[in-house]
Design a protein around this ligand. Sequence first.
Ligand code: TRP
Length: 332
Amino acid sequence: MEEQKKKVILSGIQPTGVFTLGNYLGAVRNWAQMQEDFHSAYMIADLHALTVRQEPADFRKRILSCYALLLACGVDPDKSVVFIQSHVPAHSQLGWVLACNTQFGELSRMTQFKDKAAQHADNINAGLFTYPSLMAADILLYQADLVPVGVDQKQHLELTRDVASRFNGIYGQTFTLPEPYIAKEAKIMSLADPTKKMSKSDPNPNGCITILDEPGAIVKKFKRAVTDSEMEVCYREGKDGINNLMTIYAAVTGLTMEQIAADFAGKGYGDFKAAVGEAVAEHLRPVRERYADLMNNKDYLTECYRKGAEQAANISRRTMEKVYKKVGLLAK
Ligand code: TRP
């Protein structure tokens, strides 16, 4: 019987801090599931995070803590290559070559650049501008077939494909063209303003749940979640708050929207919010416990990220050598 070749997936997350419930349900939890079916590589995109000024001591801690969070969320270093971007020099090396093959005009059209430039008007650095070339390098180094990303990264992935096919056209077949793998999971919205995406920078601290929140705090935030003036727990247009709570409840219990609506028929929003809070708190309990264990075992974490860096270096070296040769650099 012909064995089907497993596809390669790669994704990355910036070490901006503790993951939110949205990061977890919308991305990282899926990564853990996908590692069963694919050759998977997951990285902490620390070089990307340098596009924003970081406080060095705090940044260093955050990188390690985010690495531990990935493992706590079920990303398994025995099943996936789990590494830290800056530990694999090929990312910067290919990033440069690709920057030389990406047009100013293309980068200028990136909506994330425009948004971030507006947010950080005092630090519109060249890295912020060429960020998509580095992201393209992350992906193309591993010859990834699929890249699980949220909609906000879709434009960067399209640029990656454009750059890769242009490079292949000029220098001959070098890179696999990656497909976006947009998670089916719905976006998780702020509990305080369900028209906005859940974010750590939510001005209202009750809007955002992080995966390390204590159970009591989680339950309390859900109790305060903004809903509407009706009474019916059902998924319907215009009921942003309830829709969001139902989405979260479905994601952690596996129930369908119909089952949830039936279970809470005739009950008030108060009961429903309490149930969602309890379910989320229980769901995150093992994640929080695993994280605490990992952070108490730095030797193990070091062993894991060193192994990941070595594996990633071995895979990416082949692409890097090919690229240097194709563009005509002299071998040493
Ligand atoms: N740019 C992504 C973000 O900010 C993180 C990232 C970096 C990434 N390199 C990647 C995602 C490669 C997917 C593939 O969310």
